[in-house]
Design a protein around this ligand. Structure first.
Ligand SMILES: NC(=O)c1ccc[n+]([C@@H]2O[C@H](COP(=O)([O-])OP(=O)(O)OC[C@H]3O[C@@H](n4cnc5c(N)ncnc54)[C@H](OP(=O)(O)O)[C@@H]3O)[C@@H](O)[C@H]2O)c1
Length: 299
């Protein structure tokens, strides 16, 4: 019962691979030079080689601002790549667990989004992810798409690691305080995705479809940043920093982002009994991981 993890060098993929060892299922995680999902022949070759029982796709083009100028690249990975995986899964009746984003919504609802709300992406990234979702739904009934938001981990470049780097270099940092959402730890999301994969492998009737999963609680980027520094200061003496709350208009970016993109996670809780964890608790855990890794590197 092999699990094929695609995108295993990313922040989510890395956690999926690490935790799959605990779940005692053999996992295969080819690097991008072995499996480029935009190339159907490479996808077919990997499926023939690994004979997976299930595929978890953590691969994506995730540079939200970069996508505004690399439109073709973003759609190649997020739409064509997702479609290639779904087509190869469909040929062999293999289920696919895929990840999507809160950025498929425009943020104007004024309340957390449920899975059936209409999508209206504001950015190329959001559009490319929405098209990927649509392609999977068309090609493969046996899919689970998990939309998540504000993903971070102890590794790679994400909001938490960026804030910690900047916090050591700057005296003042401006952070957007009028965008609302829910930070999600890659540790928690990987656990959820593997739980879903095991349910699929062990149960006969699976309610396929789209689900929302994010950390529990809604915050702003500014409050997220100030919580990061509060927790980090228990591990390290950081220089005094003024964290300045600013409006989205004061920090223009190539891609527009939804102002309120929190996800309602009621469906995954009702159907699979999966309960999101408070985002502050998960953040504490990831920051601990970061300092534990630094400590190991120092030795
Ligand atoms: N980051 C967020 O805040 C966020 C928020 C909501 C949803 N999501 C979704 O969560 C999922 C995981 O995101 P993440 O932050 O873990 O991503 P990430 O760290 O950027 O990792 C992306 C992974 O995709 C791989 N990849 C890119 N193009 C590929 C291709 N053509 N073929 C095969 N692999 C390819 C990358 O490989 P290389 O290392 O070789 O480049 C890397 O392993 C994505 O679906 C993303 O859209 C992310």
């Amino acid at each position: 019962m092999t699990i094929l993890i695609v995108g295993a060098s990313g922040q989510l993929g890395r956690e999926l691979l690490r935790q799959s060892q605990r779940f005692q299922r053999p996992a295969q995680a080819p690097a991008r030079d072995q499996l480029d999902i935009t190339q159907i022949f490479q996808v077919e070759k990997a499926f023939a080689k690994f004979c997976p029982s299930i595929v978890i796709n953590a691969a994506a083009y995730t540079d939200v601002d970069g996508a505004e100028s690399e439109i073709e690249h973003a759609f190649d990975v997020n739409e064509t790549g997702a479609d290639n995986l779904a087509q190869s899964c469909a040929k062999r009746s293999i289920p696919l667990v895929h990840v999507s984003t809160d950025y498929v919504f425009d943020g104007n609802k004024g309340a957390p989004y449920v899975e059936t709300d209409s999508i209206a992406p504001l950015s190329v990234y959001g559009r490319s992810k929405a098209e990927g979702e649509a392609r999977i739904r068309t090609a493969l009934p046996e899919h689970i798409i998990v939309r998540t938001s504000w993903l971070y981990s102890a590794y790679g470049r994400n909001f938490v690691t960026t804030m910690l780097t900047l916090g050591r270099q700057k005296k003042e940092l401006s952070v957007v305080a009028d965008q609302y959402g829910s930070p999600t730890s890659a540790v928690d999301l990987a656990e959820v995705m593997l739980q879903l994969a095991l349910r699929i492998l062990n149960a006969s009737a699976i309610p396929w479809g789209t689900y929302h999963y994010s950390g529990h609680g809604i915050t702003t980027w500014w409050e997220f940043a100030s919580t990061i520094f509060k927790i980090a200061s228990r591990h390290e003496s950081l220089p005094a920093l003024h964290l300045k709350p600013i409006a989205t208009d004061e920090f223009p970016t190539p891609a527009r982002r939804p102002l309120h993109s929190a996800l309602d996670c009621g469906r995954i809780k009702r159907i699979f009994g999966i309960q999101p964890k408070p985002w502050q608790k998960s953040l504490r855990h990831v920051i601990q991981q970061i300092y534990a890794a630094n400590h190991r590197d120092d030795r």
